[in-house]
Design a protein around this ligand. Structure first.
Ligand SMILES: CC(C)(COP(=O)(O)OP(=O)(O)OC[C@H]1O[C@@H](n2cnc3c(N)ncnc32)[C@H](O)[C@@H]1OP(=O)(O)O)[C@@H](O)C(=O)NCCC(=O)NCCS
Length: 316
């Protein structure tokens, strides 16, 4: 995993906008978040996480067949960030592509890269969900600037003996909610400096209450669907690692699913919402803390801009 060194606390935010530590903690669960420096783009964290993942797996970069960077905050519109990572780590035999599934980047990435491995298209892969959303935060909008942080992780994936790894996954989308969470300008609809972009903004807009309602429902729906697909129940789940957007969303959804609090991994207080980066960093820390052990059944769920969402079950 890789996150910026710089930490922005709720007390720092109190000096920037009309808010309070008490409001932020009680409404979101966030106490502090890591904020990238101007020179630290998505590839900066992706490269560091990739190198650590390869070191830990004991796999040389040249043996990789594919690199997938799941991000909505790529270094550039093009080239893809995955190509920048491929060059930086010396993965000279790998293909590279970016995947845009917002905060469901880990879920979609596991499904897509996992399928490529299962059908024999590739043998060795690196999935890197990473985001630097604070670059696009409107620091005058107190309802959004308190929520986000930066960072990402890398997951090395290869074919196994079938005993461990991906069990099942579901991917969902509802484009009718696209307007609820956007960065409007800077793409091909409203290109920068074009006449069409006049009056448009290149910062995060979010309809908080609408996204909140969607998130709680989406978490429940996709978790139930993936459990059904695998023929499992919540009792089979050893650890639940949800996308970390808001503590109240996590507790409401886990309560409705009937998951006891000790089975739910939460790190939002230290990091805020890191979009695609949240789940891989949670997995890294859960394993380090001894909460995720070999053979455990892990359920992850992600949801975000699109709207997109999904869940997967993994035997660790
Ligand atoms: C953003 C969010 C925390 C706001 O919480 P909320 O309880 O819904 O708050 P509301 O938006 O209803 O605002 C309530 C009041 O708090 C105020 N408020 C908003 N942000 C504030 C802040 N940082 N500090 C103090 N007050 C704040 C609002 O202005 C509003 O005041 P008003 O009633 O006088 O107009 C919540 O909607 C949320 O988490 N939504 C989902 C976010 C999410 O998951 N996004 C990413 C998906 S990947």
């Amino acid at each position: 995993m890789s996150v910026p060194e710089k930490v922005l606390t709720n007390q720092d935010l109190e000096r920037m906008v009309n808010t309070s530590d008490e409001w932020i903690r009680s409404r979101t669960g966030v106490s502090e978040r890591h904020i990238s420096e101007p020179h630290q783009s998505a590839s900066y964290f992706a490269i560091r996480a990739a190198q650590e993942a390869l070191d830990r797996a004991g796999v040389p970069a040249e043996s990789l067949d594919i690199i997938c960077v799941a991000t909505v905050t790529a270094d550039h519109l093009f080239p893809g960030t995955a190509s920048l990572v491929q060059e930086a780590i010396g993965a000279k035999n790998a293909g590279a592509f970016d995947l845009g599934a917002a905060c469901a980047g880990f879920i979609y990435g596991c499904e897509i890269v996992g399928s490529m491995i299962q059908n024999g298209t590739v043998e060795r892969a690196l999935l890197i969900p990473v985001d630097v959303l604070t670059k696009f935060v409107n620091w005058e909008d107190r309802s959004t600037c308190i929520l986000f942080g930066d960072g990402g992780g890398a997951i090395y994936m290869e074919a196994g003996d079938g005993e461990r790894g991906l069990i099942a996954g579901v991917m969902r989308s509802d484009g009718s909610g696209a307007k609820h969470i956007t960065i409007d300008m800077g793409g091909s609809r409203y290109p920068f400096c074009s006449p069409e972009s006049k009056g448009r903004i290149n910062k995060i807009y979010m309809a908080g209450p609408e996204v909140y309602r969607f998130a709680v429902a989406a978490m429940g729906e996709s978790c139930r669907a993936v459990l059904k697909k695998a023929g499992m129940s919540v009792d089979d789940v050893d650890l639940f690692v949800p996308h970390q957007a808001n503590l109240r969303i996590i507790t409401a959804a886990s309560d409705r699913l009937g998951l006891p609090r000790e089975k739910v991994y939460i790190h939002i207080e230290k990091y805020g919402n890191m979009a695609a980066g949240s789940i891989p960093i949670a997995l890294y820390e859960a394993e380090r803390e001894g909460r995720l052990k070999k053979g455990d059944v892990l359920m992850t769920v992600g949801f975000g801009a699109g709207l997109v969402w999904g869940a997967n079950l993994i035997r660790w």
